[in-house]
Design a protein around this ligand. Structure first.
Ligand SMILES: N[C@@H](CCC(=O)N[C@@H](CS)C(=O)NCC(=O)O)C(=O)O
Length: 257
């Protein structure tokens, strides 16, 4: 894929997906030209499976495709010369990758499950968020297939009141770990500068923080049920919550010149 660095890429997403926001943030930051193609849930599979994937995000870049957010970040970093989101120092890079894997496999999943558990009954909020920027036909179909989408999400993510409460506990303890890491006054998780570890934490914590500047489609915090809003406000007030909000404020619009 010798010309991947110059061809505009296509990013297949769902509008509200926080893993898609992770990839979008990386592409924005590294100024890698791309066109986003958002789809509603379920119909996203028509686009992702055509390109060798299943979930979103999928990045199609030249003849190559990347079907996982971490692969997208690593590819984007390489395409821009390397050493940007992932430090060149091997030890630091290992630390960044370990954080990223942890957030991908733990924070992203538990934050999402808890947020869906709060929002699946809020059909009009779901419709608004899930239809942002999607093809007209998909937006028109969404009200018809939303009940099926909700059923599939509930089953696939095994959402129950008990699992949702357990997921919130997981989020809280991950926030505590990140808060402890920052206790010595460091500004970033690894290497004294912004890396894929920080980006992944902030993007995947978004379902429990509703950060200003978040690039995915979310309802406004004052529209969500009050129990959810109160929990979000508590998490925002934690050290890790403040850290993620600061990253959105200071880093989300930084781009490589
Ligand atoms: N490990 C994947 C996880 C992506 C993921 O879970 N995406 C969700 C949306 S946030 C999705 O596409 N779910 C529907 C599906 O799997 O078909 C990544 O990092 O890209």
């Amino acid at each position: 894929m010798s010309n991947a660095g110059v061809q505009p890429a296509v990013l297949i997403t769902m509008p509200h997906s926080h893993y898609s926001e992770k990839a979008r943030w990386a592409l924005d930051r590294l100024s890698l030209p791309y066109q986003e193609q958002p789809h509603i849930p379920l119909l996203h599979r028509l686009a992702t499976t055509r390109n060798g994937g299943s979930s979103v995000p999928v990045l199609v870049h030249g003849a190559a495709y990347f079907t996982d957010s971490t692969d997208i970040l690593m590819h984007a970093d390489r395409a821009r010369g390397g050493g940007l989101l992932y430090p060149l120092d091997a030890g630091q890079r290992q630390e960044v990758e370990a954080f990223e894997t942890r957030f991908d496999e733990d924070l992203g999943i538990h934050a999402r499950r808890w947020a869906y558990a709060q929002l699946l009954a809020e059909r009009s909020l779901l419709r608004q968020a899930m239809s942002r920027g999607v093809p007209k036909l998909e937006a028109a179909l969404l009200p018809l297939i939303l009940p099926a989408i909700v059923r599939v999400i509930r089953k696939a993510l095994r959402i129950t009141p008990e699992s949702s409460a357990r997921s919130l506990d997981r989020v809280r303890s991950l926030f505590k770990e990140v808060g402890d890491r920052l206790e010595d006054g460091r500004q970033f998780l690894v290497a004294d500068r912004f890396t894929a570890a920080d980006l992944t934490f902030a993007a995947l914590a978004a379902p429990v923080l509703f950060p200003t500047g978040y690039g995915a489609a979310y309802p406004a915090l004052d529209e969500v049920p009050s129990a959810m809003r109160n929990e979000v406000l508590r998490l925002r007030d934690s050290d890790a919550g403040k850290f993620a909000l600061r990253l959105y404020l200071q880093e989300r619009n930084q781009t490589l010149s």
